[in-house]
Design a protein around this ligand. Sequence first.
Ligand SMILES: Nc1ncnc2c1ncn2[C@@H]1O[C@H](COP(=O)(O)OP(=O)(O)O)[C@@H](O)[C@H]1O
Ligand SMILES: [Mg+2]
Length: 383
Amino acid sequence: MRINDFPTELCPSCFTVLESFSGCTVCGYPCVKREPHHLPIGYILSDCYWIGRILGEGGFGIVYHAYDLNIRHSIAIKEYFPRGICSRRDYSVRPMTDFDEDFNRGRERFLIEGRNMAEFENEPNIVAVRNYFDANGTAFLVMKYYNGSTLLEHIKSKEGGRCTFKEAAEYLFPVMRALDVIHSRGFFHRDVSPDNIFLAKENKEDKKGESILLDFGTAKSVFSDKTRKSMTGIVVKEGYSPLEQYGQGGANMGPWSDVYSMGATLYKLLTGKTPPMPLERCDKEILPPSAQGADVPPHVDSALLCALNLQAAERFQSMAAFREALEGKRESQAKFPDIQSFSQPQQVSPPSHSSSGWLLRFLLIAGIGLLGTAFYLWWQYNH
Ligand SMILES: Nc1ncnc2c1ncn2[C@@H]1O[C@H](COP(=O)(O)OP(=O)(O)O)[C@@H](O)[C@H]1O
Ligand SMILES: [Mg+2]
């Protein structure tokens, strides 16, 4: 590996060639201090990728904007860097004591995830993976670089932190279709959430953007309980992960698990609120979006509550079924408490006049009469 022996300085954001870097004169990117656990700006990875600014950092990896020196194009590179169980020394990443097994297993899964994602290169709503490899003791995923923002950032910038059902459907239906393709090939995503859907924009005039699904969460599922404890809030995503994802190995997980996370994502978009975590919900039902002020038809309320059922078997078993229910093309499968009772005051039912009610009353009166007669005869006999 060589550091900074690329003959010129580049801006870490727009990769314009500069004499020296103290803030970019073209795109205005400032001169920022780098965290010690990040690869430095200008580092050349695998003799090919000039590392630029940080695009994002989660508990599991660091995403850099980078410049591919071969194809002379900007790309995004994700480095496997599970926080809390590894550290960097001399540009290399090493597992911390006692965590090497999980770190290595996670790295293997990260590369498998890369291979799986690369299979979907013709899917316009799934992040395009260009390459994956191991280097520096860790693993890297090279992706197409998208300009824009995550759905979470987008929604936060809107009034009330929410949007209409029409807008939400425009963002999410293409991703739901992409998830159907993923499921049909035997994979599932495990980490659908508003910060893992990117609104890619062609240019500044592009107001709408195209939704791109990022960040498959497969590798997160291989960690042991010990590692999971030291990475709380990372292996599962609060409010978005279904109940079955809380155990090690993710037994009973399937397309219905992505259905739950997609339901939670839509809930956030419509209400501005993240649904409560499954363990907080217990037997309490979740409030439908209309009870949270969202202007949605009843079939959307029902479909969303069905997708967010704690019981995997009660949810839609496919993303297509969920989408069709949202479009009003099919009934929701699961039974719910009367949705009206959440949004309107409960009405007291008038007394029932059913035939079984009358029969019960008749038997009660007759019983009392018989008992009275028996007591009277006994009293007469004894006196
Ligand atoms: N291909 C990409 N193009 C542009 N930005 C990206 C790309 N991939 C990831 N990012 C940015 O990096 C952030 C973190 O990426 P993600 O893959 O979700 O990793 P993490 O495991 O850290 O959540 C994203 O929310 C997004 O802002
Ligand atoms: Mg992410």
